[in-house]
Design a protein around this ligand. Structure first.
Ligand code: SF4
Length: 294
């Protein structure tokens, strides 16, 4: 099965899925609750940083993180003093994230809003030309610098593991799913799911937010050969998806995520599930007659 045959299958999933329903069960749904782009940008960073773990637990955790920032989080952070921020999350706990990690993040955002005005301006700082970022190599360089600058603006003098986990650096080689999710939200669109509030980065430059579930599906579809779920794997999948749609490879992230979240696939042939699976004609588990996951 060629990659060209896979494209119409993925398009069909996009066409038939309820995007609104999907958004309402996704962390990005909480970001759409804000009207202003400045507030959406701040809420997007908080939400993407916390977008790990089970979906039914992570949305309440994001709500608990965002609620103390009020209805206008960008304005609140821009004008807040450090003592204003210190008691916002006294008892916050979500898996490996604690209140002081959120305080580090809030201080990094406060400094950025006061100095550069918004997160896109921080990301673009030091870029040579005024042309939008269109290449993935350049985007990854800028993304790594963006993370390092945000990390340096934390409240605590020591870099603590919990805060580092919120903001992973692509230069370390990991897949950085949540960081790339943030970029997808702010760069792609606007549409029902993505926000499209950054105008200086082209969708062609951003990287697939790859996790264990989507990477498995990508292997079944011949989009990924690597066994590790790391930065190289995320780039390999993005490159493959770019062969469908070079201007917007992450258009297909939606379809792959949807299949992963739906829980349909149990990673081996299943007589009840596979015949109705929308990507069954392209699935190598079926073509190989394999009974075990890849
Ligand atoms: S055809 Fe079956 S094994 Fe392949 S992706 Fe679909 S549900 Fe999973």
């Amino acid at each position: 099965m060629s990659l060209k045959t896979l494209k119409p299958l993925l398009e069909k999933i996009i066409e038939h899925c309820s995007h609104l329903e999907r958004r309402d069960n996704d962390p990005v749904g909480l970001v759409h609750a804000y009207d202003e782009d400045a507030d959406r940008e701040v809420a997007a960073l908080f939400s993407s940083c916390l977008a790990y773990g089970r979906v039914e637990l992570l949305r309440p955790a994001i709500r608990r993180a965002l609620t103390p920032l009020g209805a206008r989080p960008a304005e609140f952070l821009r004008t807040a003093t450090i003592p204003d921020l210190e008691n916002l999350w006294p008892d916050f706990t979500y898996r490996m994230t604690r209140g002081p990690d959120l305080l580090d993040l809030a201080c990094a955002l406060r400094s950025t809003l006061q100095n550069e005005g918004n997160l896109q301006a921080l990301y673009l700082q030091g870029k040579d030309s005024a042309e939008p970022v269109a290449q993935r190599d350049e985007h990854l360089r800028l993304a790594s610098r963006f993370v390092r600058r945000l990390r340096s603006r934390r409240s605590r003098s020591k870099m603590v593991r919990g805060f580092r986990y919120l903001l992973p650096d692509p230069a370390d080689g990991s897949a950085c799913k949540r960081l790339h999710l943030f970029f997808r939200w702010v760069v792609r669109g606007p549409d029902i799911i993505d926000l499209g509030i950054w105008d200086k980065v082209n969708p062609s430059a951003i990287i697939m937010p790859l996790d264990t579930h989507t990477s498995r599906l990508c292997r079944y579809l011949g989009l990924l050969q690597r066994k590790s779920v790391d930065g190289k794997a995320a780039r390999q999948v993005t490159q493959q998806l770019a062969s469908f749609e070079s201007a917007d490879p992450l258009r297909y992230d939606f379809a792959l995520c949807h299949l992963g979240i739906s829980g349909r696939c149990i990673h081996r042939y299943c007589a009840e599930r596979c015949p109705d699976c929308p990507i069954q004609p392209a699935c190598i588990l079926i073509a190989d007659g394999s009974s075990t996951g890849v």
